[in-house]
Design a protein around this ligand. Structure first.
Ligand code: BG6
Length: 465
């Protein structure tokens, strides 16, 4: 199929961040502590107390977004700035004001705000008082938080993301059950699935409220879509790849869009006595509410084989279940930080599969290239990142040419930020932040070469991609 010359005129050329990874000021102006703020950090590494200091420097950062020509910016609202403990009776006015000012600044600079409700940073009090998402109370508190922010910002924010990478949170039993508690696989599975459904119920409440309070807004989840290749053409490997894809990707998205578990997975969970408790009323809610689009976070594909001995050298091997084993892909290019694979064609396949299954518009909410980098004579010549972005944007251009509606691209990340797993050595930004491990550095902003490259692509609507 012939590839279009330029991206559509209304394509959202954007970039992403999340609150705890950029804001810093994590106890300022009444903010409560989130699970990310209390997470143990190895000695010498940075925690979330300063990050990129975006809380104090957001105007400078938005000026840089304007200079890059961004059409949209995906950020997340820290639940703990709005409700410091999660279950407070009244919201924190200073928290409400901060995001209101940020949104105004974006709009003043012609940048469309895209707000995520929950990006990994659950109020820690909810974790301690109700076992986080295992407690039905958390659903209720999320609903109140969502209502508050829809009412506060709905006049200006027309794109919302409900939950970022739900499955990542579900897989992390430690986060659900409290630090250091060791449980068996089967027990963990049961808790994970209950927490997963509770998150989905909270998400459905958010869909419902968003549609009621802001009828002209659109809302959807951000999925960490894991495309899974079978290692060989052995039907057992193919089945393992299907099981992995179902568990890691379709489980959450099927709940989001169709309101039910994938059939095979449901049968398996029932057999394992791990199928969650869902009341009739909850089942109705799951079925009734639907998203308007699907947000896609794509970094890499996975390769799996039939269950067997785990391969501890495989990237992301901690995603293993007893139904499949994750292995390294022998063909796809690997890089130091990129979780094992560099796979733009996999991106195209993932988007096609998602559209075929759900028939909803797709918005890329994350995709990016991590590097360890420092300026040389004041310049950061990140050519590998540029090549990565070009290859992945080309995959999107081809996807759009093939008739699949991809409405925007939000690269991860606009500025260097605290990596979810590896601190400040792992940088993703178009803009360098002088933050050195251990909460040190001047926090000066330096535009990388990729900043100028992206600026040019936006201006020319991706003609040379
Ligand atoms: C996604 C998350 O999983 O990947 C981001 O939504 C995260 O918050 C990003 O930063 C990259 O992962 P990491 O572990 O390299 O920071």
């Amino acid at each position: 199929i012939e590839t279009i010359q330029t991206f559509p005129d209304d394509f959202l050329w954007g970039a992403s961040t999340s609150a705890f990874q950029v804001e810093g000021a994590n106890t300022e102006d009444g903010k409560g502590l989130s699970t990310q703020d209390v997470r143990p950090v190895p000695a010498g590494l940075s925690d979330a107390s300063i990050a990129a200091d975006h809380y104090h420097r957001y105007k400078e950062d938005i000026a840089l977004m304007k200079e890059a020509g961004l059409k949209s910016y995906r950020f997340s609202i820290a639940w703990t700035r709005i409700y410091p403990n999660g279950d407070d009776e009244q919201p924190n006015p200073k928290g409400i004001q901060f995001y209101s000012d940020l949104i105004d600044e974006l709009i003043k600079n012609d940048i469309t705000p895209i707000a995520t409700l929950w990006h990994f940073d659950l109020p820690n009090h909810l974790e301690e008082a109700y076992h986080g998402w295992l407690g039905k109370e958390t659903i209720h508190h999320f609903e109140r938080y969502a209502r508050t922010v829809f009412e506060a910002y709905g006049d200006r924010v027309k794109y919302w993301i409900s939950i970022n990478e739900q499955m990542m949170m579900v897989m992390n039993t430690e986060m659900l059950l409290g630090k250091g508690k060791k449980i068996s696989y089967k027990e963990g599975l049961k808790y994970n699935m209950q927490a997963c459904v509770n998150m989905s119920l909270a998400e459905k409440k958010a869909f419902q409220l968003c549609h009621e309070i802001i009828p002209d807004a659109k809302i959807g989840p951000s999925s960490a879509y894991q495309l899974c290749y079978p290692l060989t053409c052995d039907a057992m490997d193919v089945q393992a790849a299907m099981d992995a894809e179902e568990f890691l990707s379709y489980l959450v998205l099927d709940l989001s869009v169709r309101g039910e578990f994938p059939a095979t997975l449901k049968a398996y969970l029932k057999q394992e006595q791990a199928y969650p408790v869902i009341s009739e009323e909850e089942q109705k809610l799951l079925k009734k509410e639907r998203p308007d689009f699907i947000g896609v976070n794509y970094y890499a594909s996975l390769t799996v084989r039939k269950p067997g001995d785990p391969d501890p050298k495989a990237d992301l091997f901690f995603f293993n279940t007893e139904n499949y084993t994750i292995v390294n892909n022998p063909i796809i290019k690997t890089t130091t930080w990129l979780r094992g694979s560099y796979d733009p064609l996999g991106f195209k396949l993932a988007l096609r599969k998602l559209y075929d299954r759900y028939q909803l518009p797709l918005m890329i909410t994350e995709n990016g290239y991590p590097q360890t980098e420092e300026p040389v004579n004041g310049i950061i010549n990140d050519t590998e990142r540029i090549t990565y972005l070009k290859d992945h944007l080309h995959a999107i251009k081809e996807t759009i040419s093939e008739g699949i509606p991809v409405i925007g691209y939000h690269l991860w990340s606009f500025i260097d930020l605290l990596s979810g797993s590896q601190g400040y050595k792992k940088r993703y930004g178009l803009v360098y932040i002088d933050h050195q491990e251990g909460n040190k550095g001047t926090l000066q902003r330096i535009k990388k070469q990729s900043f100028y490259w992206y600026q040019k692509q936006i201006k020319e609507k991706g003609r040379e991609i």
